[in-house]
Design a protein around this ligand. Structure first.
Ligand code: SAM
Ligand code: SF4
Length: 459
């Protein structure tokens, strides 16, 4: 029987990947994806618990979907609401107590059981499944079919590592995603080969702590992330590799060297530091100092001169003084970031920082956040402006807003708009940058438009 499923992702790229895999796993049972929740027989909200605001969004979204569910019921049609992801994992059955319209709560390690859980929910059972099972979720999830891969575009995410053992004092991830687990190299290679075969040209390896990757290698020995990247660079059709999110402590010599060796590895590294103050880094249990972080940046720059960096910052962590905050500003000045995410500290139930005294008042957090964001925005604009008149390799991904226009990505994840025929989607081209917009670069196809990687790959 053909039915429709709508999956909405909140939060990180890992959730985007999980949402795709949930849809893939439900497809053999007759569920087709729809972008319109009001038409769906099953709506899955794949949620994020990282900050209070993210978690609160889920309840307002459930309210919105409940109205659609009631409208469907008035037409004699049944709609199921499922809550998945980290809020499901953290709050479990509490969600159904707060929102009676929810039929199914499924934790982040149990998506492979969705077909069975949905079948039970369809027969009227209210289900909460948030156990951490012993079986390997990834290998039980169905692989996407060719059409699904093509519909998702030429750039794909692949989760290679999940969970975290670091226990930063502010963070819920070790509780919602569990202990660190790495997928075996052979399984990742098979998945990437399938993606490449269907037209994917860029793969971003993802994990909460991706550079702590230590999966079983094809020879049985443990593989590092650097080794995995070198292996994936040999997959025919894969021209670009990226990885996120890394922890400064796990940035080992091998991974740093990989940046100097692999042309396919994009020169853009997301390396969260959270604070520039050693006192705060210690209280956050980050297990590295400001000097350690700066040393990693210097070693990476020595391996590849054109590397650009992004980061994550938290302002207003308990006990943060103006002096600590200024240390963060000075670190940003010292590194010079291409862009960065910054957040006001959000107290998360069950984490050690939530119990700390000296919580910083909200007004002070917002004032510091504004100052930090102003500095980051200046660096971001300066970084983009530095490409005016330069030529960039661009992977063309999709049609742009104007007729005849395509949008692609530069090595530094900048959106680049260029006039080019639709048939060029999936091509790697050289673009001369003519104008710099706020979020986008504009350019024209260079005369010799095939990018060097393409020529080298013989494509
Ligand atoms: N694993 C990564 C790392 O080690 O930095 C990041 C994972 S987390 C999903 C993404 C970002 O959310 C963090 O880098 C941090 O800046 C932010 N974050 C996590 N917990 C937070 C909290 N309680 N309040 C504010 N921001 C938070
Ligand atoms: Fe959270 Fe990242 Fe720290 Fe792990 S390393 S606890 S995911 S911030």
């Amino acid at each position: 029987m053909s039915r429709k499923v709508h999956v909405k992702s909140f939060g990180c790229q890992m959730n985007v990947y999980d949402s795709h895999r949930m849809a893939d796993t439900l497809a053999p049972g007759g569920f087709q994806e729809t972008a319109a929740p009001q038409d769906a027989d099953l709506v899955i909200l794949n949620t994020c618990h990282i900050r209070e605001k993210a978690a609160d969004k889920v309840y307002s979204e459930i309210g919105r979907i409940r109205v659609m569910k009631e409208a469907a019921a008035a037409q004699g049609r049944k709609m199921l609401i499922a809550v998945a992801g980290c809020v499901a994992q953290a709050e479990g059955g509490e969600i159904m107590r707060r929102a009676g319209s929810v039929d199914l709560v499924v934790g982040s390690q149990n998506y492979h059981r969705l077909p069975e859980l949905v079948a039970r929910a369809e027969s009227g059972e209210k289900i909460v499944d948030t156990e951490f099972p012993v079986e390997d979720k990834f290998e039980k999830l169905a692989a996407p079919n060719r059409d699904a891969i093509r519909a998702r575009g030429v750039s794909a995410f692949v989760t290679v590592q999940e969970g975290c053992d670091k226990f930063c004092t502010f963070c819920v991830v070790p509780y919602t995603r569990g202990a660190e687990v790495s997928r075996p190299v052979a399984h990742i290679v098979t998945e990437v080969e399938r993606l490449a075969d269907a037209g994917v040209r860029e793969v971003t390896l993802i994990g909460q702590n991706v550079n702590a990757y230590h999966g079983q290698g094809e020879d049985g020995a443990t593989s590092s992330l650097g080794q995995l990247l070198r292996r994936l660079a040999r997959v025919p059709g894969i021209w670009r590799l990226r990885y996120t999110t890394s922890h400064p402590r796990d940035m080992d010599d091998d991974l740093i060297a990989t940046h100097g060796e692999l042309g396919a590895l994009m020169p853009y590294v997301h390396l969260p530091v959270q604070s520039g103050s050693d006192r705060m880094l210690d209280a956050m249990n980050r297990r590295h100092t400001r000097a350690d972080y700066l040393d990693v940046i210097a070693r990476l720059r020595a391996a590849r001169r054109d590397l650009a960096f992004t980061s994550d910052f938290i302002v207003g962590f308990p006990g943060e003084t103006e002096q600590d905050f200024r240390a963060t500003l000075s670190l940003v000045e010292e590194v010079g970031f291409a862009s960065a995410y910054s957040f006001a500290y959000s107290s998360r139930p069950g984490t050690p920082a939530a119990e700390m005294e000296e919580q910083v008042p909200d007004a002070e957090k917002s004032e510091r956040l504004q100052r930090l964001q102003a500095l980051i925005t200046r660096q971001w604009h300066a970084f983009n402006a530095s490409f005016a008149g330069q030529t960039l390799d661009v992977l063309l991904e999709k049609p742009g807003k104007l007729p005849g226009q395509l949008v692609g990505k530069s090595p530094y994840l900048q959106a680049v708009q260029v006039m080019a025929p639709r048939a060029m989607i999936g091509s790697l081209v050289q673009v001369g940058i003519t104008d710099i917009g706020t979020n986008t670069l504009f350019g024209t196809l260079a005369e010799n438009k095939a990018a060097p990687q393409l020529a080298a790959a013989g494509a």
